[in-house]
Design a protein around this ligand. Structure first.
Ligand SMILES: Cc1cc2nc3c(=O)[nH]c(=O)nc-3n(C[C@H](O)[C@H](O)[C@H](O)COP(=O)(O)O)c2cc1C
Length: 195
């Protein structure tokens, strides 16, 4: 791998940011099917414990997206708490819902009892990897996105044919970016080499 390839890879990682202000559109030349293909590829190639392939995802757009975010908004009592899900409903184009499949985790626990306690956490790790790589890819496609965790409210409002045995991990809300990312500060966080 050339140093330019690594630099490009790192640039993608650094350029992915939280963008809350969105418009309910896709960039010119990008379709929902493109996003589907990218997320499928990421889920296929994201490593999972014992290659269990525990990750699942769906993409909500149109009425499905609006219905879920309307339910989340209505499920929150505090007016201030409604603002974020209402903005997802009204300003985003869609959302990717990330899940892990409980049956897959339970089978690992049955097959490898010595590791049973670790498998839910391994599913979390793998889901996180798929979520953040997908977020990176949306950035490359010219989309803005933010990551949310209204998991129980989202679960209750999902289309009926989403399997009940899939646990919701997060919602990656996306659309056309309508603002630049905010300022971000960093700690001094060196990775030491020990020899
Ligand atoms: C695991 C994880 C959980 C997060 N949960 C939320 C969330 O529930 N709501 C939200 O608005 N942002 C959430 N974020 C976004 C972070 O606040 C954001 O990534 C962080 O402040 C760094 O900013 P950046 O995304 O612009 O780099 C989450 C990010 C990560 C990685």
């Amino acid at each position: 791998m050339s140093s330019q390839t690594v630099a490009n890879f790192l640039k993608v990682i650094a350029t992915r940011r939280t963008i809350y202000k969105l418009q309910p559109q896709l960039p010119a030349g990008v379709t929902t099917k493109d996003i589907q293909a990218v997320v499928e590829a990421i889920i296929k190639d994201t490593p999972t414990a014992f290659n269990s392939q525990v990750n699942r995802a769906i993409i909500l757009t149109g009425e499905s997206h609006k219905k879920v975010w309307d339910a989340v908004t209505n499920g929150i009592d505090a007016e201030a708490g409604k603002l974020r899900p209402a903005s997802a409903r009204d300003e985003a184009f869609g959302s990717i819902i990330f899940f892990t499949d409980d049956k897959t985790t339970e089978k690992l626990q049955a097959d490898f009892p010595a590791w049973a306690a670790a498998f839910p956490q391994f599913a979390d790790h793998s889901s996180g990897a798929a979520q953040i790589t997908s977020w990176d890819a949306l950035e490359v496609l010219g989309l803005g996105a933010h990551l949310q965790h209204y998991n129980p409210l989202v679960r209750a409002a999902l289309p009926a044919d989403v399997p009940k045995g899939w646990s919701v991990h997060s919602q990656l809300v996306f659309g056309l970016p309508a603002e630049a990312a905010g300022e971000k500060t960093f700690i001094d966080n060196k990775v030491q080499i020990f020899q």
